[in-house]
Design a protein around this ligand. Sequence first.
Ligand code: HEC
Length: 151
Amino acid sequence: MKKRSIIALLTLATGILTMQGAGANEAAIEYRQAVMNVYLWNLKPMAGMVKGKIPFDAELFRSRAEGLATATRLDLLSGFPEGSTDEFDSSAKPVIWEKWPEFKGKFEALRRESAKLAEAARSGDAAAMKAQFGNTAKSCGGCHKKFRMKK
Ligand code: HEC
């Protein structure tokens, strides 16, 4: 009888811990996806200008380049606690935690390229802005290719 109630208690405790664990992951997933959407929001009009879909506007470009660089100052990696995958709500691949130094390196590359993009945008040199936009967009794709599931 006593043993059974201990087991019942342990089962309950494990259940609560699992729920809390899931809650923490859920918040981390929401955070990292929100950060990604902030990246995309800033990137989009620059992409449109580089591809010639919208007229080139140095001021708009500069403001979005600054926005992206600022967003990359946020601690993205804290949004990827070990094992925080979710088959329904996340497209993060488990390989992230097997290859953590590489994943971290990809994030650092994004930070570096975005900072350079903001610098180019401040210079007002359109050719430099477009070239550095390419390097920045590549640093998004470079991480997605290996660490994000295809939709
Ligand atoms: C260090 C790796 C890495 C870099 C760099 C990176 N991403 Fe991501 N991105 C991911 C991963 C992993 C996911 C999947 C996250 C999830 O679903 O939990 C993702 C998801 C996204 C999503 C979907 C978000 C959602 O609501 O589901 C968008 C949009 C996105 N990234 C845009 C970008 C853009 C734009 C850049 C570059 C400015 C970028 N990402 C750079 C790893 C990265």
